[in-house]
Design a protein around this ligand. Structure first.
Ligand code: ADP
Ligand code: MG
Length: 699
C-alpha cells in the first residue's frame, strides 16, 4: 500500500519533478524566476512547457488550462487539449512556452466592474511560476493572473502578489535598519482554517433554498441544536470519517498540507486546516480545497455547504486566517526574539500591525464583506463587525509599561527599556486564548477571524499586507533619517501604542456592552452590513494608501467596489425570489392542505356529534388561516418590492441600501410567518426537510 509520503504531491509539478525533468541550466533559471521574480527567457519557458506536458501526459492528462481567480470569488478555467495534427493523419501532444506563459480566455463574461468596457475588450492570463502547476481530472492546471490588455488586474491573484511585494519591500527596509543584510525578501504566510457543513444530498435536493442560494431561507429551530455542546471535537461519525479520509487523500495528492480536522460547534459542522504556507500558495490551495471538498462530498452522497450562515440561529462558518510574516531565511518577524535587539524589532513589527489594523479597520471589514457574511458577523459565536485586536494580558501589560514608562509588572519587575531589556517570553498560552476577538495575537502570528467560510482569502490578505506595508513605510522613512536610531525607535513605538491602544481589547467581543464601548467610547467603526462598509473602499485615505503601494489603481478599486456591491444585490435578489417561490408554491399550499384537512375533520366530527367542540381543530384552523394570509401577503409584498427595485433607476450604492433596508426586512417577516406555520403544521404536510432533519441527517 502506498503511504502518504509516497503519493503526497504526485499531481503537482513541484520542485522534485522540476529537478528530475529539467536540465540543470533550465532548472536554475526557473528557480531564479520563482525566488527572485526575474523575467523568464522564452527558451526556458519552452523547455519548462515541454517537461510539464510530458509529465502531465504521463499522468493521464489530455488538456491544459490557465487556472485563475476572477472577481467572482471562485476559480475559472478554460481547457485546451494538447493535440496537434501531424501530417500522417494522427496527432502529437504539444505545449509551447508561449502557451504556458500567456493565455487569452474570452474574458467578456467575467465581471470587470467596467474595467474592460472603459479600456479594452479582452483579457489575458499570465503564468504565476511561484505557484506550482498541478493536474486536476484530465487537465494540467497552470496558476495564472488575469489582467486586461491595459494591465488592469481583473482577478484576485494580481493584487495579492503586488501586496506581498509591497510588504516585502518595506519590511526589508526595516530589517536593514536592524542590521540584517542577508534577508532577500519577506513573505507573509497564511494557514486558513476552513469550516463547513455536511448534509445529505437527498435532503439538500429537497430544499430549493439550499440549491439556489447555499443557505436555508426558512426553517424553525429544531428541538435540539448546539446547546449541549456535544458536537465540538466530538467523535467523528463514520460517514463523515469516510468523507474526510478521501478528502485528505485527494488534497495530499495535490500537495495541499491538510493537517487538522475536527467537528465544530454546530451539529453537522466541521473544520479542516492545512499547515500554513506562503500567502499566494495558501490562497490557491484554499480555492482548490473548497472545490475538492464539494467534489468529494458528491461522491459520498453528501453536500458540503460553504455558506457562512446556512442555518439561522446556528453557528455560522468562518475561515480563520492565521497570518505571519517571515524572512526568506525563515525568521518569523512576529515572534519575540532572544535578544533585546530582536525584541525591539519584534515590537516594531507588532506596532506596525496594531497601527495598520487601527488605521484600516474599514479595509479589513470591507475585505470580508459579502451578503452571506453579514448574517454571520456578530451572531452566534462569530466576531462582531467591529474590528479590534486581542493581545493577551501579558503583551498588553508590556505595551502599557512602555507607553507609560513605568516598570513592567511581569515576572521580574523591570523597567522596560527598548533595545536594552529582554522581553519576557510570550509563550503561547492555551488557557489565555480569546476566541471572541476578530484579530487575535496567538504567540507568533495573528488570527483574523472575520472571514466567511466561502470568502477567498485573497482580499483579506491584500488589505492586511498592504496596510502593514504602509505602517512599515512610515517607520522606515523616519528611522532611515533619524539622528539617533534608538531614541527615534523608542518614541515611535511609544507613540504607536498611545495613538492606537483603542483598538486593543482583551475582553469578550461577543458582549453587547463591548459594541457600545467600542463605538461610543473608543470611536471604533461598526459597519454592520456590506452596503455600510463597501463604499468606504473609495475613501481618500484608502485609495491613496493602496495606490501608493501599487497594489490597486484607482480604477481597479472602483471596479472592486462596484462588483462587490453588485454581488451583494444579486445574492439577496436571488434569495428573495427563491423565498417568494417557495412560499407561494410550497409552503402556503402545504399549510392550506393541512388546514383544509383539519376543517374537514372538525366538520366530520360535528356531523357525527353536534355537541363536540373540536377546539383543537378550530383553533389551529384559525391560527393557520391567519398565517397563510400573512404568508401570501408578505410574499406579494416581497415580489412587489423586487419589481419596484428593478424599475427604479438607482445606482448600485442606492440599490444596495434599499436591499438592506427593504428587501431583507420583508424577507425576515415572511420567514417569521413561515417558520411559525412550520411549528403548527403536521410533519407529513411539510414540503421539505426541517432543520432537525438537515442537521442530524449524516450518520
Ligand atoms: P488553532 O488553535 O486556532 O486551531 P493551530 O495551531 O491549529 O491553531 O493553527 C491554526 C493554523 O495556523 C494552522 O493552519 C497552522 O498551520 C497555522 N499557523 C501556525 N503557525 C503559523 C504561522 N507562523 N503563520 C501562519 N500560520 C500559522
Ligand atoms: Mg483558530
Amino acid at each position: 500500500m502506498k503511504t502518504v509520503p509516497d503519493y503526497f504531491g504526485e499531481l503537482v509539478f513541484d520542485d522534485r519533478v522540476m529537478k528530475a525533468t529539467l536540465s540543470a541550466e533550465v532548472y536554475k533559471s526557473l528557480k531564479k524566476t520563482i525566488d527572485e521574480g526575474t523575467k523568464l527567457d522564452i527558451r526556458v519557458a519552452n523547455a519548462v512547457a515541454t517537461a510539464m506536458k510530458d509529465w502531465a501526459v504521463a499522468h493521464g492528462a489530455t488538456h491544459y488550462t490557465h487556472w485563475f481567480q476572477p472577481l467572482t470569488g471562485i476559480t475559472a478555467e478554460k481547457h485546451d487539449s494538447f493535440i496537434s495534427p501531424s501530417p500522417d493523419g494522427g496527432v502529437i501532444m504539444e505545449f509551447s512556452g508561449k502557451e504556458l506563459i500567456k493565455g487569452e480566455p474570452d474574458a467578456s463574461s467575467f465581471p470587470s466592474g467596467g474595467l474592460r468596457a472603459t479600456f479594452e475588450a479582452r483579457g489575458y492570463t499570465a503564468w504565476d511560476p511561484t505557484s506550482y502547476a498541478f493536474i486536476k481530472g484530465k487537465s494540467l492546471c497552470i496558476p495564472t493572473a488575469f489582467c486586461s490588455y491595459g494591465g488592469h488586474a481583473l482577478d484576485k491573484k494580481t493584487p495579492l502578489l503586488r501586496s506581498m511585494e509591497a510588504l516585502s519591500k518595506q519590511a526589508i527596509r526595516i530589517l536593514r535598519l536592524f542590521g540584517n543584510d542577508t534577508a532577500k525578501c519577506v513573505r507573509s504566510s497564511v494557514g486558513p482554517e476552513q469550516e463547513y457543513f455536511l448534509v445529505t444530498k437527498e435532503m439538500y435536493d429537497q430544499r430549493p433554498d439550499l440549491r439556489f442560494t447555499g443557505r436555508t431561507l426558512f426553517g424553525a429551530k429544531p428541538p435540539k441544536g448546539q446547546e449541549m455542546d456535544d458536537h465540538y471535537f466530538g467523535v467523528i461519525k463514520p460517514r463523515v470519517e469516510a468523507y474526510m479520509e478521501e478528502l485528505n487523500h485527494e488534497l495530499w495528492k495535490l500537495g495541499i498540507l491538510a493537517k487538522t480536522e475536527h467537528n465544530e460547534v454546530a451539529p453537522a459542522q466541521h473544520e479542516l486546516a492545512p499547515i500554513y504556507t506562503t500567502t499566494n500558495i495558501a490562497t490557491d490551495h484554499n480555492q482548490l480545497m473548497m472545490e475538492i471538498m464539494q467534489k468529494v462530498a458528491a461522491k459520498h452522497g453528501l453536500v458540503c455547504l460553504l455558506h457562512e450562515k446556512p442555518f439561522a440561529g446556528v453557528n455560522g462558518s468562518g475561515k480563520h486566517n492565521n497570518w505571519s510574516i517571515a524572512t526568506d531565511a525563515g525568521q518569523n518577524l512576529l515572534s519575540p526574539g532572544e535578544t533585546p535587539y530582536e525584541n525591539a524589532q519584534f515590537l516594531l513589527f507588532l506596532c506596525a500591525v496594531i497601527k495598520a489594523v487601527d488605521d484600516y479597520q474599514d479595509l479589513l471589514r470591507i475585505s470580508v464583506a459579502t451578503a452571506g457574511n453579514d448574517h454571520r458577523l456578530g451572531a452566534n459565536e462569530a466576531p462582531p463587525a467591529v474590528v479590534s485586536i486581542f493581545l493577551g494580558d501579558e503583551l498588553s501589560a508590556v505595551l502599557e509599561a512602555i507607553e507609560t514608562d513605568t516598570p513592567y509588572q511581569g515576572a521580574e519587575k523591570t523597567q522596560m527599556k527598548l533595545g536594552v531589556d529582554v522581553l519576557p517570553k510570550f509563550n503561547r498560552d492555551t488557557t489565555d486564548r480569546n476566541r471572541t476577538s476578530p484579530f487575535a495575537f496567538t504567540g507568533n502570528k495573528f488570527e483574523f477571524r472575520m472571514l466567511g467560510s466561502s470568502n477567498s482569502i485573497a482580499c483579506a490578505n491584500i488589505m492586511l499586507n498592504t496596510a502593514v506595508a504602509e505602517s512599515l513605510k512610515i517607520y522606515a522613512d523616519r528611522l532611515e533619517n533619524a539622528d539617533d536610531f534608538k531614541t527615534t525607535l523608542n518614541s515611535m513605538i511609544r507613540k504607536t501604542i498611545k495613538d492606537h491602544k483603542n483598538i486593543i481589547f482583551n475582553g469578550n467581543g461577543y458582549d453587547d456592552s463591548w459594541i457600545k464601548e467600542a463605538t461610543e467610547k473608543r470611536g471604533l467603526l461598526n459597519y454592520r452590513t456590506t452596503p455600510d462598509c463597501m463604499p468606504h473602499l473609495m475613501d481618500k485615505k484608502n485609495v491613496e494608501m493602496l495606490t501608493a503601494h501599487g497594489v490597486y489603481s484607482q480604477e481597479e478599486l472602483q471596479s472592486r467596489c462596484d462588483i462587490m456591491l453588485e454581488n451583494y444585490c444579486k445574492t439577496v435578489i436571488i434569495e428573495a425570489n427563491t423565498m417568494v417561490d417557495m412560499a407561494k408554491t410550497q409552503i402556503a399550499p402545504a399549510v392550506e392542505a393541512y388546514t383544509a384537512d383539519l376543517a374537514k375533520s372538525a366538520a366530520a366530527k360535528k356531523a357525527f356529534d353536534q355537541t363536540l367542540v373540536c377546539s383543537y381543530e378550530t383553533d389551529l384552523v384559525r391560527k393557520l388561516s391567519i398565517l397563510t394570509d400573512r404568508i401570501a401577503a408578505k410574499a406579494d409584498e416581497l415580489k412587489n418590492a423586487l419589481v419596484s427595485l428593478k424599475d427604479a433607476d438607482e445606482d448600485i450604492i442606492e440599490e444596495s441600501v434599499v436591499i438592506r433596508d427593504e428587501i431583507l426586512r420583508i424577507m425576515s417577516e415572511l420567514r417569521l410567518a413561515c417558520d411559525e406555520a412550520e411549528t403548527l403544521t403536521a410533519r407529513k404536510y411539510w414540503p421539505f426537510p426541517t432543520y432537525g432533519d438537515l442537521l442530524f441527517s449524516v450518520k
